[in-house]
Design a protein around this ligand. Sequence first.
Ligand code: SF4
Ligand code: SF4
Length: 96
Amino acid sequence: MLANYGYKDASGDYFITIDTDRCDGCNNCVGACPANVFVVVDEDPNDPLRDEPVAMVVAEKKKKLKYECNPCKPTSNRPALPCVESCKAGAISHSW
Ligand code: SF4
Ligand code: SF4
């Protein structure tokens, strides 16, 4: 299941998508994100039938991703996002 967190406004799209079918709850994204955007929970509130741990975006960060993620914004010197790079399962994508 694709879990989308974020919003769009006049300045752009600010969404993080986690493919919960790929996520194995490894915690790599939690450690990699400088803004502590991710948390791994034991039960997925969006999927009550799932028993395995899964990553989510912290609730209070969902509406602030434009600001939280700004330090990682891709530039020619920094093309890769730490969260996307850290996820060996390829579960994370960002609207950037
Ligand atoms: S873009 Fe940066 S701040 Fe935003 S979730 Fe990824 S690692 Fe964290
Ligand atoms: S790094 Fe990827 S697989 Fe690991 S907890 Fe985060 S989203 Fe899930």
